[in-house]
Design a protein around this ligand. Structure first.
Ligand code: ATP
Ligand code: MG
Length: 386
């Protein structure tokens, strides 16, 4: 009993499919990112790693540590566990201990395996399952249900240590943040763009958040919302600089509204992309990200998405392209960026009475002047960081 310790086991998916050199780098990055999140939240825990395994030791609050780990890009699951000697009697004793809080009437299964066997080993994975199963039945008289158990006692017996756990926190999957370069995320503070930004983070991209202040057409409330959603996302990546670049584009937007009518929303988006491209060039980012989804609004028809993306040489990534709004909302709630979106967004007020839904690139370009893009570039250069 004196040798037992609370730990958190952490599992990752796609990282494990990489070649050994890439994998070693990604694992190191993952450990750094996990430790940063624990430290940022003042959770005790030391992240350790060896081949195909990340383990957090010295934890005081295993559930809180596992929940925090399960928010980090690249993590598939996190399990609070008890670590003990890789000895059958010890493992069974830990199972008895964990069975003390077995929920009344809950069925169970034992999932045990054994790796790194030594010559002295006299037991196998199925021995573990049989012995641990009898112990849990003795303690709880619970029913075994291998297909759909209410609780699974998961036992991993390794060469130097064994781990027993009964709960699992699901992570977001993806890749470790910081392994896939930088991307500029256009963030409006609405529901969509924070979810799109999170999708890029989840796949390992470092994000440079950009909020475009539309002057009289935007407002302090919009900006506050945008900054707040980024703050929420940044909790999952405290070791990255996610301060928002705020671009003062009021003059550029005033000029846009004065000079363009039907195709205004498309040129607005093109100007936003031009701003994103300026920031991308400065920051060494490889792309620009938006929360657009096909058909979600008039500026997001398939034809219009093509026309707006053509404004810049950088690729415009739209992770939510095929998502339904209900799924976007569900994810926004999961990642906690869903905020009251009843405030009208600025660019809706920029909208003309009859917005174009099927513009040709030529028509949009004809209505535009170079001055608009000069103003947009000026705005990008005058950005502030908050
Ligand atoms: P969201 O829900 O994210 O606000 P939306 O549905 O309101 O998006 P639009 O207003 O058409 O959609 O904007 C489309 C995309 O353009 C947004 O997802 C975002 O990436 C970008 N965007 C819109 N307004 C701004 C802004 N003020 N600053 C930066 N990016 C913006
Ligand atoms: Mg939208």
């Amino acid at each position: 009993m004196t040798h037992w310790a609370h730990v958190v086991l952490v599992g990752y998916g796609e990282v494990g499919t990489k070649s050994s050199s890439v994998r070693a780098k990604m694992e190191a990055r993952l450990r750094t990112n996990l430790q940063a999140v624990l430290d940022d939240r003042s959770l005790a825990g030391t992240v350790e790693g060896e081949w195909s395994r990340i383990l957090v030791r010295d934890v005081n609050d295993p559930d809180a540590v596992a929940a925090a780990c399960a928010e980090v890009p690249g993590i598939v699951w996190a399990r609070p566990a008890i670590a003990c000697e890789p000895d059958l009697d010890e493992i069974v004793a830990v199972c008895r201990e964990l069975a003390a809080d077995h929920p009344a009437g809950a069925s169970f299964a034992i999932d045990g395996n054994r790796t790194g066997e030594r010559e002295s080993d006299e037991f196998s994975g199925s021995d573990i399952e049989r012995e641990a199963g009898s112990a849990v039945i003795e303690e709880t008289s619970a029913a075994v249900d291998l297909d759909n158990p209410d609780r699974t006692y998961r036992i991993e017996c390794r060469e130097k240590e064994a781990y027993v756990s009964t709960t699992r926190f699901d992570g977001p999957g993806g890749l470790p943040l910081g392994t896939q370069g930088k991307t500029v995320a256009l963030i409006s503070g609405g529901i969509d763009s924070p979810v799109a930004t999170w999708e890029m983070m989840r796949r390992g991209c470092e994000v440079i958040p950009v909020y475009i202040d539309l002057g009289d057409f935007g407002g302090a409330d919009h900006r506050a919302r945008a900054v707040e959603t980024v703050r929420t996302l940044a909790r999952r990546a405290p070791n990255f600089d996610m301060r928002v670049h705020v671009v003062p584009a009021g003059d550029a937007i005033d000029r846009l509204v004065e000079t363009i009518d039907d195709t205004r929303m498309l040129t607005l988006r093109r100007m936003m992309f031009a701003i994103g491209a300026e920031v991308a060039a400065d920051e060494g980012a490889h792309s620009v990200v938006t929360g657009e989804a096909i058909g979600q609004k008039s500026s997001q028809t398939g034809a219009n998405l093509a026309v707006t993306a053509a404004a810049i040489d950088y690729p415009v990534h739209r992770p939510l392209l095929t998502w339904d709004k209900t799924d976007i909302v569900a994810t926004a709630r999961e990642i906690d960026t869903y905020t009251d979106s009843t405030l009208p967004v600025g660019c809706e007020r920029v909208a003309p009475s009859y917005p174009e839904t099927n513009a040709s690139l030529a028509a949009v370009e004809r209505a535009e002047s170079a001055e608009l893009f000069d103003l947009a570039a000026d705005a990008a250069r005058n950005r502030d960081r908050v």
